[in-house]
Each structure stands twice: as C-alpha cells, then as structure tokens.
Design a protein around this ligand. Structure first.
Ligand code: NAD
Length: 362
C-alpha cells in the first residue's frame, strides 16, 4: 500500500526517538512492499522559535493531507514560562482538535521481560494487557459555564461536567470495536466502563447509554465500575481488565495510574483517534525529557510501539503491527535495555542501537 505519514519530531528527545521509528517504518515498507512517504514538519517549541506559532498552518495542512501523524514530544524549559502567550502545548491541543480526535487510546502492557521493573509484585503484573479509551474532547475539561467569582464566603470556582448521548456512544463504540479486534487476536473480549453514577448525573447518562451500546455487541463482555473502586482494582488485580473506557477526567487520572504498572514511561505508546477514516495522531505518552535530550540515551520503544499502533489503526496493517510488537518483545527478552529500564549492573544500549535492534528483529 501507499501511505503518507507526517512526522512531527518536536522538542527535546522527540527528534531522537522519531528518527528510530522512521527506521522501523522504512524497514517494514521494504519487508512488506509498501511505500510510506514520510514528511517532517515543525511543531512545538522549535516551531515557536522558527515561526512564532506552535502549530504553523503549513504543518497543520501537511497533517490533514496525510494518512497519519507521528509526534515525538513538545515542550521544555525554554518555552515553559506560564505567562508566555504562546506555548508548545497549545499546538498539540489545536492539532488534536483539528483532527477531530475524540478518543485517546493508551495500551498498558507489561512485557514479561520487564515485569520486575513494575513497582507492583511481578506475579501480579505479568499478564497485564489493558487498553484505556479516554474521551478526549468533552466532559469537565470543556464544559461551560466555567469560571471563578468572589462570593460571601470568599473566592469560589466552578466547572461543569456534561456528556451527551452522541459523545458517549461514539467513544463506547471505539472501545467495543477494540475489544472485538483484541478478542480475534486472543484477548479477553471485555469492556469495563468507568463512571461515578452513584453521585453524578452525567455519569448516570453515561451508564445508561453505555448499556445500550453494550447490547449492540453481544459477543463482548461488559461491566460498569465506579471510578473510586477502579483506582483500587488497577493496583489489586490489573490482570483482570481488557478494554477500559471512561470520560475525560477519570481517564486522565486512571490512565496515568495504570501507566505506572509497567514501571517505565519510555515504553508506553498512545493514539488519538476520531471518526473512522480521519487522520490518527500517534505519540509516546512521555514528554520531551529535557534532562536527557541530546545524549542519545532516550528509550525509543514507546515511539516505535506508537508506530505499530499507527500501522494497525490508521493503515489497517495488522500483520505489520504485530511484527513490530513481536520484535520489541524479542529485543527485551534478549536482555537489551536502555538506561531507563536497565537494572543496576545491566549493559545499556543507546537510542540508535535500540532502534537498530528492533529493525534487526523485524
Ligand atoms: P517527561 O516525560 O519528559 O520526563 C519525565 C522523566 O522520564 C524524566 O526523567 C525523563 O528523562 C524520563 N523519560 C521520559 N521519556 C523517556 C524516554 N523515552 N527514555 C528515557 N527516559 C525518559 O516529563 P516532564 O519532565 O514532566 O516534562 C518535560 C517536558 O515535556 C515539559 O515541557 C512538558 O510540558 C513536556 N511534555 C510533553 C508531552 C507531549 O509532548 N505529549 C507530554 C508530557 C510532557
């Protein structure tokens, strides 16, 4: 197949890790006879420096024209003045919005070779393979009215949590479709919807609509879990979950909690997706890691695994995605580690060497 992929290397370690993902893409293209036309564009701090805009029109145009976008990371101390009018993160928010990306997908998978890196006991996390689906464009982060005022008791602030049927249905359908795809590949075939229906009216609507959507997918198991209970279950029995779907704020918090189960930020990919056929955005969940930028020691695996997600979800290349994921497992099983996942005394490989090892295992 032919595909156009826009690369947004961004800041800090972004360019270093995206370069390794690009190597993997090129190797997959030649192995399977595809043509991937990659084009790099400015985004984040570097785009502010060069154009004054964290997401220049030219970059946005290139992203919208292509099949998918792979982002490294944006931001860093140079652009972190909270009073600055233009900030790198604004570019990212605008990009997600322009792509209509309403579902954020975060797999949390513990590679058996890294089970010991988890802060939880290895036997509890060995089989963890969860995908979080977080609603990204609604809920309390966007609800109006929002604001602050001074009342008789002093300063006061308020936010609005609102979800409508359309927003709930479309994100639930993403979750059920994922559960079906994962079931076909040997997964549990289960969706867990997380809400706070015992207290919040918006959650009661969420739960009602979730049940209606669940009825459309009789082949997939379904359960509702309250968000406070879910925070406990993720630590207590993380291996029981398959696809977890929830609103914007609960997903923000729970997906960060779950990411810690793996013990390494450098291993976790993500995707932000809109309606079928729209351009998907793929990125590691970590930031620009300014403390290690330019040293050639960053872990490129989160970005490489994000590339696997892109192959699967935006390009429909399931076999190719599996080949990349298997190569990563093999490299880890053979004992190769970047500094962030190495135990004391273990030999460490650099960013480029890790990329080369994955390519060699494809
Ligand atoms: P961070 O994720 O950049 O780094 C946290 C810690 O994890 C650091 O010690 C870093 O060295 C380490 N780390 C992160 N990724 C790694 C990798 N691939 N390999 C090895 N070690 C890795 O988070 P932070 O320090 O809070 O943020 C730094 C900058 O990144 C900030 O400007 C922040 O706004 C930005 N940020 C951007 C994104 C994004 O682009 N999506 C996400 C989070 C943070």
């Amino acid at each position: 197949m032919e595909a156009k992929i826009t690369l947004l290397p961004g800041d800090g370690i972004g360019p270093e890790v995206v370069a390794e993902a690009e190597k993997v893409l090129a190797a997959i293209a030649s192995k399977f006879g595809h043509t991937f036309a990659t084009q790099s564009a400015l985004a984040g701090g570097i785009a502010i420096d060069k154009t004054g805009n964290p997401l220049p029109e030219e970059t946005l145009g290139m992203c919208l024209e292509g099949n998918a976008v792979l982002l490294g990371a944006v931001g860093g101390p140079k652009w972190s003045d909270p009073t600055a009018k233009v900030r790198p993160e604004q570019g990212l928010l605008k990009l997600r919005k322009s792509l209509g990306a309403f579902a954020n997908i975060r797999p949390v998978r513990v590679f058996p070779a890294l089970a010991e890196a988890s802060p939880l006991k290895a036997d509890r996390v060995e089989n963890v393979d969860i995908v979080f689906v977080r609603e990204l464009t609604g809920g309390i982060y966007f609800g109006t009215p929002q604001g602050r005022e001074t009342v008789a008791n002093g300063r006061s602030g308020h936010d609005t949590m609102r979800y409508n049927e359309m927003e709930i249905k479309r994100v639930l359908r993403v979750a059920f479709t994922l559960a079906q795809q994962r079931k076909a590949a040997g997964g549990q075939g289960k969706v867990t919807s997380v809400d706070k229906a015992n207290v919040l009216a918006s959650s009661r609507v969420w739960r009602e609509v979730a049940h209606e959507v669940a009825a459309e997918y009789p082949d997939i198991g379904y359960e509702d879990v309250l968000v406070d209970a879910m925070a406990m279950y993720l630590i207590n029995r993380p291996g029981d979950f398959d696809v977890v779907v929830t609103g914007n704020m609960f997903g923000d918090i729970l997906s960060d909690e779950a990411s810690m189960i793996t013990g390494s930020l450098g291993m976790l990919p993500s995707a932000s997706l809109g309606e079928a056929g729209s351009v998907g955005l793929y990125e590691p969940i970590h930031g620009s890691a300014p403390d290690i930028a330019g040293q050639g020691i960053a872990n490129p695996l989160a970005t490489i695994l994000s590339t696997a997600m892109m192959l699967r979800s935006s390009l429909g290349l399931e076999a190719e995605a599996g080949v990349v994921e298997t190569a990563v497992s093999q490299v880890l099983a053979a004992g190769h580690r970047t500094a962030d996942i190495a135990k004391p005394g273990e030999t460490k490989v650099g960013t480029q060497e890790m990329g080369d090892l994955v390519v060699a295992n494809l």
